[in-house]
Ligand binder design. Sequence first.
Ligand SMILES: [Fe+2]
Length: 277
Amino acid sequence: MKLLNLIFTGLLVGSTSAAEIEPKVPVKLVEPRLFSFAQMCDTQLGMGGYEHDVKTFGLAVTRINKMKPDFVVICGDLVSKANDKSWADFNRIKAGFKIPCHCAAGNHDVGSKPTAESLQAYRENIGKDYYNVEHKGYTFVIANTQLWKAPLKGESEKHDKWFKGVLAAAKKKVSPVVVVVHYPLFVKTSDEKENYYNIPLAKRMELLKLCKENGVVAFLAGHTHKLVVNEYKGIQLVNGETTSKNFDKRPMGFRWWDVATKGKMVHRFVALEGMDK
Ligand SMILES: [Fe+2]
């Protein structure tokens, strides 16, 4: 029996890559904490069952309010099918946050190939799809990865110019940068081929270089619907758990980040409370 158990455990470990399981990363800061924030991913109302996702997003709002972070970010795919009802439900639940909530746009929000119309609809219903927020010496850069994944003439150039400008300004101020987006740059290795889950290789390399040269310390994304924790030349790249559907069968919840000065940041999982009620 023991032998069978060992074989079974070995098979389980062997079938899961290190980047896809709960990572063995420090969860406590060594330095004094400056602030905390929550990272939500893919609230995606309609992905895990509409009523389910409405309920879990509400549970997340309650849990996050109770924990009193400085703010929350949502890494895109706010809704599954963008329409008047889903936008209205999303905005109604989001309004329950007692702290600021900064949203990034996902492929389900503005389309896998964004258009002038889809961007306009997002901007009217949710707000800006790219902007930056200064917080206690840090610069949070909320970008629109759809404009990197499937460039749109007249929009992607502006977005790129803005992104470079914000990073340059942060570097000048020696402000550590946290990028908040929907698509991760890569999932397994920085040089992997392009697929549904990452950014085209040439663009990815340009962005990794920009991030490295301009003080980016963390790159937070969603889209994978599974926990992915990577590191690139000292930059933490983290895709967290969703509240809609997790393909890796992890519980519904979000990532909690504790931040110290000089780009020191640690994260841990927080499960939703009240899931079985
Ligand atoms: Fe999604």
